[in-house]
Design a protein around this ligand. Structure first.
Ligand SMILES: NC(=O)C1=CN([C@@H]2O[C@H](COP(=O)(O)OP(=O)(O)OC[C@H]3O[C@@H](n4cnc5c(N)ncnc54)[C@H](OP(=O)(O)O)[C@@H]3O)[C@@H](O)[C@H]2O)C=CC1
Ligand SMILES: CC(C)(CO)C(=O)C(=O)O
Length: 351
């Protein structure tokens, strides 16, 4: 199969994730870390990319602001929040040539916006399994053990698959990469993780640990997952045969089976219990977050296919209220979750 080499690589967005991936790549080859603010560019240039948490390393890097980019890049590893797509995608386009490829590592279904600018053949997706928390400009905490971290990689079209081997080799400078010819299935699998863990922990106002340490929160997370699976199934998306059978994990219909699902959630993600979800990190900084691209997608697709999504609806409403400042960011909203659980259980007779 024809493969494509990438000489000039830019990490577009060197925040929580980009600092860490940038540090691993820069140890071995050329990569530019592209950010928005002067403070971040200066910190990275002066101190290097600093990784703390599950791994400790500091690596000298070449960093710059997006507005200072020159020439064109062969590959962008795209790690800006979807809320900044309106600025960042045109900036990448201004520094692209006809064969530039964008690999988006964002959450949600981000290929839609990227491919509108770059074409489907030149858009590749790599959902990220690991968590990271920005500590200060240039410093990020890896919250997933490195031996559990992986990327899932796929192209939007069969023609785009020629880019995968070399992108895989670049991402493998950090950790395992699983490839698949069903990117949509990879995306929805990651959306299950995000709706369950990112959405629930952000809505209850804490790290992943707060979900594991409260039965009502863990139960809410189980309902979020079941709704997400029902929406995926109604939309006709095949989940493929991955390592984790989410359809099985999140299907329950009795007290006994929901307890199993709750235990599974704990066993799967307790290793990342210190993770502060990326949406929560935005709320803590007083920013809007990606909820409309995460739990909001489940709500929208659910409406289209007439699947009820009461727990995802609640999470979207709470997170929007936290963005607007009408609910404090750290509030647990326990009473709202308990009322929703009671409502769902009355309706479905799950007790
Ligand atoms: N954090 C996590 O644990 C995970 C996050 N994700 C996803 O990855 C994506 C990135 O998340 P995360 O790393 O947390 O995000 P952060 O908010 O921590 O970092 C975003 C980075 O993008 C930079 N940026 C903003 N606008 C531009 C622009 N126009 N041009 C160039 N750079 C820009 C910011 O620069 P500056 O620093 O100067 O403001 C910052 O460095 C999101 O879609 C998220 O959902 C996926 C898995 C895990
Ligand atoms: C769940 C996690 C931490 C990745 O595993 C993530 O994607 C996020 O918080 O946005």
């Amino acid at each position: 199969m024809e493969t494509v080499e990438f000489e000039r690589i830019g990490i577009m967005g060197a925040g929580s994730l980009g600092i860490i991936l940038g540090a691993y790549i820069a140890e071995k080859r050329q990569v530019d870390l592209i950010v928005s603010s002067k403070a971040t560019a200066d910190a990275l240039t002066t101190n290097g990319a600093r990784v703390v948490g599950k791994v400790n390393k500091t690596v000298p890097v070449h960093a710059l602001r997006a507005k200072d980019m020159e020439g064109t890049y062969d590959l962008f590893l795209y790690m800006v929040k979807q809320t900044a797509n309106g600025t960042a995608i045109p900036q990448m386009l201004d520094h692209s040539h006809d064969n530039t490829v964008v690999c988006t590592l964002q959450n949600g279904l981000p290929e839609l916006a990227v491919s509108e600018a770059f074409s489907q053949d030149r858009t590749v997706g790599a959902p990220v399994s690991w968590g990271a928390t920005a500590i200060e400009p240039g410093v990020s905490m890896l919250t997933t053990p490195i031996n559990e971290a992986y990327f899932a990689l796929g192209s939007m079209t069969p023609r785009g698959s020629k880019y995968l081997p070399n992108i895989q080799a670049i991402l493998e400078l950090m950790c395992t990469v699983h490839t698949s010819d069903n990117l949509l299935s990879l995306r929805w699998s990651k959306l299950v993780i995000n709706t369950v863990m990112t959405g629930t922990s952000t809505a209850i106002g804490g790290s992943f640990a707060k979900v594991f340490d409260n039965d009502w929160a863990l139960k809410s997370a189980a309902y979020v997952g079941r709704e997400t699976i029902e929406v995926i199934s109604a939309s006709g998306t095949s989940m493929g045969i991955g390592e984790l059978d989410f359809s099985k994990i999140f299907s329950f219909d009795s007290d006994e089976t929901i307890s199993k699902t709750m235990k599974n959630i704990y066993n799967l993600w307790n290793g990342s219990r210190q993770a502060e979800a990326s949406m929560r990190q935005d709320l803590l900084k007083g920013r809007k977050c990606e909820v409309d691209s995460i739990n909001g997608i489940v709500v929208d697709v659910g409406k289209k296919h007439e699947v009820l999504t009461p727990m995802n609806d609640l999470i979207v409403d709470i997170i929007h209220a936290k963005e607007a400042g009408t609910i404090p960011v750290n509030a647990s909203c326990k009473a709202l979750f308990e009322a929703k659980i009671a409502e769902i259980e009355t309706a479905s007779k799950v007790r």
